[in-house]
Design a protein around this ligand. Structure first.
Ligand code: COA
Length: 189
């Protein structure tokens, strides 16, 4: 199993990633439990607040956990605007996938998500020996695909009819970036 470090505070030029605190939990939960915010292109299931809190508490010991790992907060005012996570998606392949949500709609299209995912991927490359980081995305999720491509992820293929949501099966694009490519690409974070 891939060992991962405990979350810490990761500082970027405009945003920081920090562990989810009990103070953040209610706000982030309202985003997490709103299908219009987290899942326009994803499957959705309702969690209770207790389940949400427990999953965050226990995520550190479980690399496969889908719980939020960090709050995305604006450095100015330390205002939470979203959250990001990472997980080991496959029982055999050695790869980590990242995921990301800007919950506060007013904070979308400012580049905060790109900065947040950039910080997270850099951190994962620095704290694991893995040569590749990945992400999967609904082929119709244009903002998410734009984010990955802006960061230098490459489309590696498409899993056809791989995820059922919004009453039909959807094709899912597989994206990845290799350590050397990541190191070679200039970025703000
Ligand atoms: C996917 C998601 C996180 C992308 O958020 P986003 O706000 O579009 O992404 P960014 O923060 O990187 O912003 C990028 C946009 O800001 C613009 N921008 C403005 N100022 C910028 C700056 N200083 N730096 C970078 N980009 C900037 C970019 O040009 C880009 O605009 P465009 O959409 O017209 O191309 C968001 O749509 C979301 O939360 N969706 C729901 C959950 C989801 O689908 N998650 C992904 C699952 S795979």
């Amino acid at each position: 199993m891939i060992a991962q470090e405990e979350p810490r505070v990761l500082e970027g030029p405009r945003i920081r990633l920090r562990p989810v605190t009990p103070d953040d939990a209610k706000r982030t939960f309202s985003w997490y439990n709103d299908p219009e915010i987290v899942a326009p292109f994803d499957r959705f299931s309702v969690d209770t607040f207790e389940e949400f809190e427990r999953s965050i508490r226990e995520a550190g010991g479980d690399p496969t956990s889908l719980a939020p790992r960090y709050v995305v907060a604006l450095r100015e005012g330390d205002t939470p605007v979203g959250f990001v996570g990472h997980y080991v998606p496959h029982p055999v392949l050695e790869t980590i996938d990242v995921w990301y949500v800007i919950g506060d709609r007013r904070a979308r299209r400012h580049g905060y998500a790109t900065e947040a995912v950039g910080l997270l991927v850099t951190h994962l490359f620095e704290t694991t020996p893995l040569p590749r980081m990945g992400a999967t995305v609904d082929v119709d999720n244009r903002p998410s695909i734009a984010l990955l491509e802006r960061l230098g992820f490459k489309r590696e293929g498409v899993l056809r009819s791989a995820l059922f949501h919004h009453a039909r099966w959807h094709d899912i694009a597989v994206y990845g970036v290799i350590r050397d490519e990541w190191a070679a690409k200039p970025r703000a974070a």
